[in-house]
Ligand binder design. Structure first.
Ligand code: GRG
Length: 305
Protein backbone atom coordinates (compact mmCIF):
# COMPACT_ATOMS: atom_id res chain seq x y z
CA UNK A 1 0.00 0.00 0.00
CA UNK A 2 1.19 3.53 -0.76
CA UNK A 3 2.33 5.20 2.45
CA UNK A 4 0.97 8.73 2.80
CA UNK A 5 2.29 9.27 6.25
CA UNK A 6 5.98 10.04 6.40
CA UNK A 7 6.99 13.68 6.41
CA UNK A 8 10.22 14.72 4.75
CA UNK A 9 10.88 17.80 6.93
CA UNK A 10 13.30 17.02 9.73
CA UNK A 11 15.90 19.06 11.55
CA UNK A 12 16.71 18.58 15.21
CA UNK A 13 13.21 17.20 15.91
CA UNK A 14 12.60 13.67 14.59
CA UNK A 15 9.19 14.43 13.07
CA UNK A 16 9.13 11.30 10.96
CA UNK A 17 9.60 9.13 14.07
CA UNK A 18 7.02 11.23 15.92
CA UNK A 19 4.37 10.79 13.20
CA UNK A 20 5.09 7.04 13.04
CA UNK A 21 4.49 6.78 16.79
CA UNK A 22 1.30 8.85 16.52
CA UNK A 23 0.01 6.63 13.70
CA UNK A 24 0.76 3.42 15.62
CA UNK A 25 -0.85 4.66 18.85
CA UNK A 26 -3.88 6.22 17.16
CA UNK A 27 -4.46 3.18 14.92
CA UNK A 28 -4.33 0.89 17.91
CA UNK A 29 -6.72 3.10 19.94
CA UNK A 30 -9.15 3.41 17.00
CA UNK A 31 -9.05 -0.35 16.56
CA UNK A 32 -10.20 -0.67 20.17
CA UNK A 33 -12.88 2.02 19.91
CA UNK A 34 -14.53 0.87 16.65
CA UNK A 35 -16.75 -2.23 16.52
CA UNK A 36 -14.88 -5.23 15.06
CA UNK A 37 -15.23 -5.81 11.33
CA UNK A 38 -17.33 -8.94 11.87
CA UNK A 39 -19.76 -7.29 14.31
CA UNK A 40 -23.29 -7.43 12.91
CA UNK A 41 -24.11 -5.76 10.53
CA UNK A 42 -20.63 -6.52 9.19
CA UNK A 43 -20.95 -4.37 6.03
CA UNK A 44 -21.14 -1.08 7.91
CA UNK A 45 -18.24 -1.90 10.23
CA UNK A 46 -16.16 -3.03 7.27
CA UNK A 47 -16.95 0.26 5.48
CA UNK A 48 -16.14 2.41 8.55
CA UNK A 49 -12.83 0.60 9.04
CA UNK A 50 -12.00 0.71 5.33
CA UNK A 51 -11.84 4.52 5.32
CA UNK A 52 -10.47 5.09 8.80
CA UNK A 53 -7.56 2.69 8.21
CA UNK A 54 -6.95 3.75 4.59
CA UNK A 55 -3.67 5.53 5.41
CA UNK A 56 -4.52 9.17 6.20
CA UNK A 57 -1.75 11.42 7.48
CA UNK A 58 -3.32 11.59 11.00
CA UNK A 59 -2.46 15.28 11.24
CA UNK A 60 -5.41 16.18 13.45
CA UNK A 61 -4.67 13.44 16.01
CA UNK A 62 -0.98 14.42 15.86
CA UNK A 63 -1.64 18.06 16.72
CA UNK A 64 -4.15 17.01 19.38
CA UNK A 65 -1.56 14.80 21.12
CA UNK A 66 1.20 17.38 20.61
CA UNK A 67 -1.03 20.05 22.19
CA UNK A 68 -1.47 17.81 25.24
CA UNK A 69 2.32 17.51 25.42
CA UNK A 70 2.77 21.29 25.08
CA UNK A 71 0.61 21.71 28.19
CA UNK A 72 2.74 19.22 30.14
CA UNK A 73 0.34 16.28 29.77
CA UNK A 74 0.54 12.77 28.34
CA UNK A 75 -0.76 11.29 25.08
CA UNK A 76 -2.90 8.70 26.84
CA UNK A 77 -5.12 11.43 28.31
CA UNK A 78 -5.77 13.00 24.89
CA UNK A 79 -6.13 9.76 22.93
CA UNK A 80 -9.96 9.68 23.06
CA UNK A 81 -10.12 13.26 21.74
CA UNK A 82 -7.56 12.47 19.02
CA UNK A 83 -9.59 9.44 17.85
CA UNK A 84 -12.92 11.30 18.02
CA UNK A 85 -11.51 14.05 15.78
CA UNK A 86 -10.17 11.51 13.27
CA UNK A 87 -13.63 9.89 13.09
CA UNK A 88 -15.25 13.27 12.31
CA UNK A 89 -12.56 14.07 9.74
CA UNK A 90 -12.95 10.68 8.02
CA UNK A 91 -16.74 10.99 7.94
CA UNK A 92 -16.38 14.41 6.28
CA UNK A 93 -14.06 12.94 3.63
CA UNK A 94 -16.41 10.01 2.87
CA UNK A 95 -19.35 12.40 2.41
CA UNK A 96 -17.24 14.96 0.52
CA UNK A 97 -16.31 12.25 -2.02
CA UNK A 98 -19.92 11.20 -2.73
CA UNK A 99 -21.36 11.74 -6.23
CA UNK A 100 -23.72 14.38 -4.78
CA UNK A 101 -20.72 16.34 -3.49
CA UNK A 102 -17.24 16.23 -5.08
CA UNK A 103 -17.80 12.89 -6.84
CA UNK A 104 -14.29 11.52 -6.32
CA UNK A 105 -12.96 8.06 -7.10
CA UNK A 106 -9.79 8.12 -5.00
CA UNK A 107 -8.98 9.06 -1.45
CA UNK A 108 -5.96 8.18 0.65
CA UNK A 109 -4.56 6.30 -2.35
CA UNK A 110 -7.54 3.92 -2.54
CA UNK A 111 -10.94 3.80 -4.24
CA UNK A 112 -13.40 5.97 -2.30
CA UNK A 113 -15.82 4.41 0.15
CA UNK A 114 -18.85 4.61 -2.19
CA UNK A 115 -16.82 3.04 -5.03
CA UNK A 116 -16.21 -0.02 -2.86
CA UNK A 117 -19.40 -0.27 -0.79
CA UNK A 118 -21.96 1.71 -2.82
CA UNK A 119 -23.49 5.09 -2.04
CA UNK A 120 -26.00 3.93 0.57
CA UNK A 121 -23.41 2.20 2.75
CA UNK A 122 -20.91 5.07 2.27
CA UNK A 123 -23.48 7.60 3.55
CA UNK A 124 -24.20 5.34 6.51
CA UNK A 125 -20.48 4.74 7.20
CA UNK A 126 -20.01 8.53 7.35
CA UNK A 127 -23.04 8.90 9.65
CA UNK A 128 -21.79 6.06 11.87
CA UNK A 129 -18.31 7.61 12.19
CA UNK A 130 -19.85 10.97 13.09
CA UNK A 131 -21.88 9.32 15.86
CA UNK A 132 -18.95 7.15 16.92
CA UNK A 133 -16.89 10.29 17.50
CA UNK A 134 -19.19 11.43 20.30
CA UNK A 135 -19.29 7.97 21.85
CA UNK A 136 -15.47 7.97 21.90
CA UNK A 137 -15.34 11.49 23.33
CA UNK A 138 -17.45 10.25 26.25
CA UNK A 139 -14.27 8.34 27.28
CA UNK A 140 -12.27 11.59 27.66
CA UNK A 141 -10.93 12.03 31.21
CA UNK A 142 -12.78 14.32 33.66
CA UNK A 143 -10.91 17.57 34.29
CA UNK A 144 -11.41 20.29 36.90
CA UNK A 145 -11.15 23.17 34.41
CA UNK A 146 -13.19 21.56 31.59
CA UNK A 147 -16.49 19.77 32.09
CA UNK A 148 -17.59 16.81 29.91
CA UNK A 149 -20.08 19.14 28.23
CA UNK A 150 -17.22 21.53 27.28
CA UNK A 151 -15.63 18.71 25.28
CA UNK A 152 -18.90 17.80 23.57
CA UNK A 153 -19.73 21.45 22.79
CA UNK A 154 -16.31 22.08 21.24
CA UNK A 155 -16.54 19.08 18.92
CA UNK A 156 -20.22 19.59 18.08
CA UNK A 157 -19.67 23.27 17.22
CA UNK A 158 -16.59 22.61 15.10
CA UNK A 159 -18.37 19.92 13.08
CA UNK A 160 -21.86 21.44 12.96
CA UNK A 161 -23.84 23.71 10.64
CA UNK A 162 -22.03 26.87 11.76
CA UNK A 163 -18.52 25.56 11.04
CA UNK A 164 -17.47 22.36 9.15
CA UNK A 165 -20.82 21.96 7.39
CA UNK A 166 -21.18 25.74 6.91
CA UNK A 167 -17.83 25.70 5.10
CA UNK A 168 -18.91 22.84 2.89
CA UNK A 169 -22.20 24.59 2.03
CA UNK A 170 -20.42 27.86 1.19
CA UNK A 171 -17.86 25.89 -0.84
CA UNK A 172 -20.60 24.16 -2.87
CA UNK A 173 -22.41 27.46 -3.42
CA UNK A 174 -19.22 29.21 -4.57
CA UNK A 175 -18.47 26.65 -7.31
CA UNK A 176 -18.08 28.29 -10.70
CA UNK A 177 -18.18 31.82 -9.22
CA UNK A 178 -15.47 34.37 -8.56
CA UNK A 179 -15.86 35.28 -4.91
CA UNK A 180 -14.09 37.96 -2.82
CA UNK A 181 -11.07 36.81 -0.83
CA UNK A 182 -12.98 37.48 2.44
CA UNK A 183 -15.60 34.91 1.39
CA UNK A 184 -12.89 32.39 0.56
CA UNK A 185 -11.32 33.03 3.97
CA UNK A 186 -14.73 32.29 5.56
CA UNK A 187 -14.91 28.95 3.67
CA UNK A 188 -11.43 27.99 4.85
CA UNK A 189 -12.14 29.03 8.44
CA UNK A 190 -15.20 26.84 8.62
CA UNK A 191 -14.37 23.93 6.32
CA UNK A 192 -10.83 23.29 7.52
CA UNK A 193 -9.57 25.54 10.29
CA UNK A 194 -12.45 24.85 12.71
CA UNK A 195 -11.69 21.11 13.03
CA UNK A 196 -7.91 21.61 13.18
CA UNK A 197 -8.40 24.25 15.85
CA UNK A 198 -10.74 21.94 17.76
CA UNK A 199 -8.07 19.18 17.62
CA UNK A 200 -5.54 21.40 19.39
CA UNK A 201 -8.08 22.72 21.89
CA UNK A 202 -9.33 19.23 22.84
CA UNK A 203 -5.71 18.08 23.24
CA UNK A 204 -5.09 20.88 25.75
CA UNK A 205 -8.44 20.44 27.51
CA UNK A 206 -7.80 16.69 27.89
CA UNK A 207 -4.83 17.49 30.12
CA UNK A 208 -6.58 20.28 32.05
CA UNK A 209 -4.95 23.26 30.32
CA UNK A 210 -5.39 26.75 31.78
CA UNK A 211 -7.54 29.44 30.13
CA UNK A 212 -4.47 31.27 28.80
CA UNK A 213 -3.01 28.03 27.39
CA UNK A 214 -6.34 27.36 25.67
CA UNK A 215 -6.30 30.86 24.11
CA UNK A 216 -2.77 30.30 22.79
CA UNK A 217 -3.70 26.86 21.39
CA UNK A 218 -6.79 28.35 19.72
CA UNK A 219 -4.68 31.05 18.04
CA UNK A 220 -2.20 28.36 16.91
CA UNK A 221 -4.93 26.03 15.58
CA UNK A 222 -6.82 28.77 13.77
CA UNK A 223 -3.74 29.94 11.86
CA UNK A 224 -2.36 26.47 11.13
CA UNK A 225 -5.81 25.47 9.89
CA UNK A 226 -5.99 28.36 7.42
CA UNK A 227 -2.43 27.69 6.20
CA UNK A 228 -3.30 23.98 5.85
CA UNK A 229 -6.17 24.69 3.42
CA UNK A 230 -4.11 27.15 1.33
CA UNK A 231 -1.38 24.51 0.99
CA UNK A 232 -4.05 21.92 0.13
CA UNK A 233 -5.25 24.23 -2.67
CA UNK A 234 -1.68 24.76 -3.91
CA UNK A 235 -0.95 21.01 -3.92
CA UNK A 236 -4.10 20.40 -5.94
CA UNK A 237 -2.54 22.32 -8.84
CA UNK A 238 1.14 21.41 -8.34
CA UNK A 239 1.09 17.68 -7.46
CA UNK A 240 0.05 14.44 -9.12
CA UNK A 241 -2.86 12.17 -8.22
CA UNK A 242 -0.33 9.47 -7.33
CA UNK A 243 1.45 11.76 -4.86
CA UNK A 244 -1.73 13.13 -3.28
CA UNK A 245 -3.63 9.83 -3.09
CA UNK A 246 -6.69 11.75 -4.37
CA UNK A 247 -7.57 13.22 -7.76
CA UNK A 248 -5.24 16.14 -8.50
CA UNK A 249 -6.48 19.19 -10.44
CA UNK A 250 -10.03 18.65 -9.18
CA UNK A 251 -10.43 22.25 -7.95
CA UNK A 252 -9.71 23.58 -11.43
CA UNK A 253 -12.01 21.16 -13.26
CA UNK A 254 -14.86 21.75 -10.81
CA UNK A 255 -14.23 25.54 -10.87
CA UNK A 256 -13.67 25.73 -7.11
CA UNK A 257 -12.84 29.00 -5.41
CA UNK A 258 -9.23 28.61 -4.20
CA UNK A 259 -6.31 30.82 -3.14
CA UNK A 260 -4.19 29.95 -6.22
CA UNK A 261 -7.18 30.76 -8.48
CA UNK A 262 -7.77 34.12 -6.78
CA UNK A 263 -4.22 35.22 -5.90
CA UNK A 264 -1.84 33.02 -7.90
CA UNK A 265 0.66 30.51 -6.50
CA UNK A 266 3.31 32.94 -5.29
CA UNK A 267 0.97 35.12 -3.19
CA UNK A 268 -0.80 32.00 -1.89
CA UNK A 269 2.52 30.55 -0.66
CA UNK A 270 3.36 33.85 1.04
CA UNK A 271 -0.01 33.92 2.79
CA UNK A 272 0.42 30.33 4.05
CA UNK A 273 3.87 31.26 5.33
CA UNK A 274 2.55 34.42 7.07
CA UNK A 275 -0.19 32.39 8.80
CA UNK A 276 2.32 29.74 9.90
CA UNK A 277 4.50 32.48 11.42
CA UNK A 278 1.49 33.63 13.43
CA UNK A 279 0.98 30.02 14.55
CA UNK A 280 4.64 29.77 15.65
CA UNK A 281 4.29 33.03 17.59
CA UNK A 282 1.29 31.63 19.50
CA UNK A 283 3.46 28.76 20.77
CA UNK A 284 6.02 31.01 22.54
CA UNK A 285 4.51 30.60 26.05
CA UNK A 286 4.90 26.79 25.83
CA UNK A 287 8.67 27.05 25.26
CA UNK A 288 10.41 23.69 24.62
CA UNK A 289 7.29 21.66 25.33
CA UNK A 290 5.88 22.89 22.01
CA UNK A 291 8.68 21.26 19.98
CA UNK A 292 6.30 18.77 18.35
CA UNK A 293 3.63 21.40 17.59
CA UNK A 294 6.30 23.64 16.05
CA UNK A 295 7.65 20.81 13.91
CA UNK A 296 4.14 19.81 12.80
CA UNK A 297 3.27 23.40 11.77
CA UNK A 298 6.49 23.62 9.77
CA UNK A 299 5.79 20.28 8.11
CA UNK A 300 2.22 21.28 7.23
CA UNK A 301 3.59 24.37 5.46
CA UNK A 302 6.31 22.47 3.57
CA UNK A 303 4.47 19.22 2.86
CA UNK A 304 4.20 17.89 -0.67
CA UNK A 305 1.07 15.73 -0.23
C1 GRG B 1 -22.99 16.30 6.07
C2 GRG B 1 -23.51 15.47 3.72
C3 GRG B 1 -22.56 16.06 4.68
C4 GRG B 1 -21.32 16.34 4.28
C5 GRG B 1 -20.30 16.91 5.10
C6 GRG B 1 -18.37 18.78 5.95
C7 GRG B 1 -18.09 17.91 4.82
C8 GRG B 1 -19.13 17.02 4.26
C9 GRG B 1 -16.92 17.86 4.20
C10 GRG B 1 -15.75 18.65 4.67
C11 GRG B 1 -15.05 19.19 3.53
C12 GRG B 1 -13.59 18.93 3.44
C13 GRG B 1 -13.15 17.69 2.72
C14 GRG B 1 -12.74 19.86 3.88
C15 GRG B 1 -11.34 19.92 3.51
C16 GRG B 1 -10.40 19.61 4.60
C17 GRG B 1 -9.17 18.92 4.03
C18 GRG B 1 -8.14 19.73 3.37
C19 GRG B 1 -9.11 17.60 4.09
C20 GRG B 1 -7.92 16.77 3.74
O1 GRG B 1 -7.24 16.53 4.93
P1 GRG B 1 -5.88 15.68 5.01
O2 GRG B 1 -4.96 16.13 3.93
O3 GRG B 1 -6.41 14.22 4.66
O4 GRG B 1 -5.39 15.73 6.40
P2 GRG B 1 -5.88 12.78 5.16
O5 GRG B 1 -6.46 11.82 4.16
O6 GRG B 1 -4.38 12.79 5.16
O7 GRG B 1 -6.45 12.57 6.53
Amino acid sequence: MRSNRHPSVSKSFDLSGYISRVCRSVDSALDGFLPAEKTKPATIHKAMRYSIFAGGKRMRPAICLAAAEACGGEWKDAMAAACAIECIHTYSLIHDDLPAMDNDDFRRGKPTNHKVFGEGIAILAGDALLTQAFEILAAAPRRSRHSPSDFILDLARASGSLQLIAGQVADLEAEGKTIPIADLRYIHEQKTSALLCCSVRLGGMSVNCTASQLRALTEFGYNVGLAFQIIDDILDVTQTTEKLGKTAGKDTTSKKATYPALLGLEKSRKEASRLTDRAFAALKPFKKRAAALNALAEYLLKRDH
